[in-house]
Structure formats: structure tokens, C-alpha cells
Write a protein that binds this ligand. Structure first.
Ligand code: DSN
Length: 411
């Protein structure tokens, strides 16, 4: 048999037979996957609609314009670039488009639930080519906006880039917008994790507070792996040239030809996100996450911030004297897939941090709800207990039960 197809089939089976609780993953629809696997990938289209460097782009022009139009409507923004290859390239383009090398940026640190591209020092472009100031959370994992304001006033960054990959509370965009305005900085809201929740109306939109919004398209938005950069009314008011600067930074600044097949996948995802069903999906993601959190806390586990307001939570395993690696590996043995994650002020190294991160977007897409969340919570509690007692005899039984649940919810 053809090796590539064999590997694709194996991965499909793995996804079918396991419970994905990684909050940044999801299952795109067949239509999204068909678009990504289409002939659109054969075409080069450097440039933008009606200003291409290659002939034969009539269809691609229409596709890209339509995708931009849909995104503008869905997110209520003034300008959209749908060409970034993914989230990190999107954030790079914004920083290079709006700043000069060595300008100062400020962001939420990775270990407090931010992202590498938000100024992580020394090893990332955002920390090497710009002066980076990072803020964190208090010991409970909560952002102290007073402290953020104080730091911004002291450091006077030119740009605040803020978004979350492991922060379980809804960000106060209004406050962040005010802080940016106070020091005359751009506010870039990276909503990659929560874009689908924003569209569904269950997570605050930054559209009135940020100048620029970036997002990946494959997380809660449930599209292909890609990204968008959006400019708000506030952004245009601050800097009438902002859209042009960003577009130039994407192409020719950072990238060559856009991945037109991805653009088609994004358009399909945006069409799906317009539906009433998608609103219900967003509501169910958050509801299920809260059910899961309540059960896990009831079972004796400690959550960063004590709970969740969105699609994810972080379990702090320090009170259990366990590491994120040990627990995530044991969960994988029973077919529950999570990822290890740092907790606030974690003294453990990033590759073996003290927490795990758990989210419901993928399982909600599979149609799971409250009953399944309660069962999954009991399995997680049992696995943690088994790891603590160094007794894995129960794991085979749990694995079988996980497999039975997976069968009831086909991809
Ligand atoms: N890698 C993503 C996540 O898992 O949250 C963030 O880019």
C-alpha cells in the first residue's frame, strides 16, 4: 500500500480512537478539508486582488476578495489580510509592519499563558529584533491590570501584543485598550485561541479596543491551518496607513505567494461560522469546559485561577507532586490526549512543566456534552490517582471505556 495513504489512515484512526482535549486543536469539516486539498494549491498569486505578479488569477482574486468580505462582516473590522501562513507569521508581519527594529513591545509572558510571538525573550524573533517587556500574573494566575498599567507607563512600549494560549479567564480588552491609549501604543489583540468563541458571542470581542486583531483560523474557528490580520476602525483612526503597512509586511515583506487552497478553506470555515449552529457550538464549548472544571475541582484537583470562563483550563499538578509530562503520558496511555503546560511562576523547566492544559473545542465538534464531560473528568481523576499510587492496573479498563465512547462519536 502507498505509504503516504497508510500514514494518513493511521492518523485518522488515532483521531477517531482517542479523546482530543488539546484546546488549540479541532476537527475541520470535510468541506474545509476538500478546499485545502483542492487544485487551488497549484496556483501562484503573489500580490493582492487585481494586483498580481502572475497571470491567470481571476478565480483567486474572486476567492480572496470574498474571504476578506466575509471576515470583515463576521468580525466587524475595516480591513483584512488573509494571506499569513499561520499565527506566528501573522504576528511577525504586524510587528515588522508597524515597528522599527529595536522598538519596544510588551506582552503577556508565555509561562503566564501568552505566546512565543508576544515578545518571548532571546530565542524568538519578537524577543530578538525588538526590545521586549513581559508581564505575568499574580500567584493565582490572574492578570493584575493595575500592574500592567504601571509597567506600560514605566516602559512606554510602542506596541502591546496580547493574547492567550493558556489563560482561562476572559481578557479585559477595554482596560487593555485604555492602557495602550495612555502610552500611545498600538494594541494588537491576538485572538487565535478564541476567535470561534468571539464569533459565537461567548467571548468578549476586542474590536472596539484594539487597533489590530490577529488570529489563526484552525482553533475554535474550526478552519484550515492559516491566519488573518484584521484592522479595526480604531486602528485606522490612529494610523490611516496601517492597512497598507500590514499588507506590505505580509507581502513582499515576509512571504511569497499566498496559499490559495488555505484561503478557500478559510472562506468555507467563515461560511460555517456564520450559522446559528456555530453559535450553539461556541456556547456548548464553554458550558462543557465549565462542567469538566467543576468535576475536576470536586475531585480534588487544583486549577489555575480556580476555574475557567472559556474553552480551556490549566491543571496545576504541584499539589499532587506530579509533573505535567508524567500525567499527560499516562493520559495518552488510556487514549486521552492533552498537553503539558507551565503554570504561573513555574519553577519546573518548559519541557517538563507542572501543569496540563485541557480544552473542549474538539470534543464538542464530535457532539459530546455534559454526560461525556462528567465521565471524562472521572477518568482523568482516576489516571492522576493511579500515577500518584504508581499503580497502573486500572488503566487498561479505562482505555477500553474511552475506546467505547470514541466509537459512539465518529469524527
Ligand atoms: N501552539 C498553539 C497552542 O497550542 O496553543 C499556540 O500557537
Amino acid at each position: 500500500m502507498d505509504k503516504v495513504q497508510e500514514l494518513i489512515d493511521q492518523e485518522k484512526q488515532r483521531q477517531q480512537d482517542t479523546l482530543c482535549l488539546i484546546p488549540s486543536e479541532n476537527y475541520a469539516s470535510n468541506k474545509v478539508m476538500d478546499a485545502v486539498g483542492s487544485v487551488l494549491m497549484n496556483k501562484y498569486s503573489e500580490g493582492y486582488s487585481s494586483k498580481r505578479y502572475y497571470q491567470g488569477n481571476g478565480v483567486v482574486d474572486e476567492l480572496e476578495s470574498l474571504t476578506i468580505k466575509k471576515a470583515k462582516k463576521l468580525f466587524g473590522v475595516e480591513h483584512v489580510n488573509v494571506q499569513p501562513y499561520s499565527g506566528s507569521p501573522a504576528n511577525s508581519a504586524v510587528l515588522f509592519g508597524l515597528l522599527e527594529p529595536n522598538d519596544k513591545i510588551m506582552g503577556l509572558s508565555l509561562s503566564s499563558g501568552g505566546h512565543l510571538t508576544h515578545g518571548h525573550p532571546n530565542i524568538t524573533f519578537s524577543g530578538k529584533f525588538f526590545k521586549s517587556v513581559q508581564f505575568g500574573t499574580d500567584d493565582g494566575g490572574v492578570i493584575d491590570y493595575g500592574e500592567v498599567e504601571k509597567l506600560a507607563k514605566e516602559e512606554k512600549p510602542k506596541l502591546l501584543i496580547i493574547g492567550t494560549t493558556a489563560y482561562p479567564l476572559i481578557l479585559d480588552w477595554k482596560r487593555l485598550g485604555e492602557i495602550a491609549d495612555l502610552v500611545g501604543a498600538y494594541l494588537v489583540a491576538d485572538i487565535s485561541h478564541v476567535a470561534g468563541l468571539v464569533v459565537a458571542g461567548v467571548y468578549e470581542t476586542p474590536v472596539n479596543d484594539a487597533h489590530v486583531i490577529t488570529t489563526t483560523t484552525h482553533k475554535t474557528l474550526r478552519g484550515p491551518r492559516g491566519a488573518m490580520i484584521m484592522v479595526t476602525k480604531k486602528g485606522l483612526k490612529k494610523d490611516p496607513e496601517i492597512s497598507k503597512k500590514i499588507d506590505r509586511a505580509v507581502f513582499p515583506g515576509m512571504q511569497g505567494g499566498p496559499h490559495n487552497n488555505t484561503t478557500a478553506g478559510i472562506l468555507q470555515a467563515l461560511i460555517e461560522a456564520e450559522s446559528e449552529d456555530f453559535k450553539k457550538y461556541g456556547q456548548q464549548v464553554v458550558f462543557s469546559e465549565k462542567v469538566l472544571a467543576k468535576e475536576l475541582v470536586g475531585g480534588g484537583l487544583t486549577l489555575v485561577t480556580g476555574g475557567t470562563q472559556c474553552h480551556l483550563m490549566v491543571i496545576d499538578l504541584r499539589p499532587q507532586k506530579l509533573s505535567g509530562s508524567t500525567v499527560s503520558e499516562a493520559l495518552e496511555e488510556v487514549g486521552i490526549i492533552v498537553n503539558k503546560n507551565a503554570v504561573p511562576n513555574d519553577s519546573a523547566p518548559p519541557f517538563n512543566p507542572s501543569g496540563i492544559r485541557i480544552g473542549t473545542p474538539a470534543l464538542t465538534t464530535r457532539g459530546m456534552g455534559e454526560i461525556e464531560m462528567k465521565k471524562i473528568a472521572s477518568w482523568i481523576l482516576q489516571v492522576v490517582e493511579a500515577v500518584k499510587l504508581r499503580d497502573k492496573t486500572e488503566l487498561t479498563k479505562i482505555k477500553k471505556e474511552v475506546g467505547e465512547m470514541c466509537k459512539k462519536f465518529p469524527l
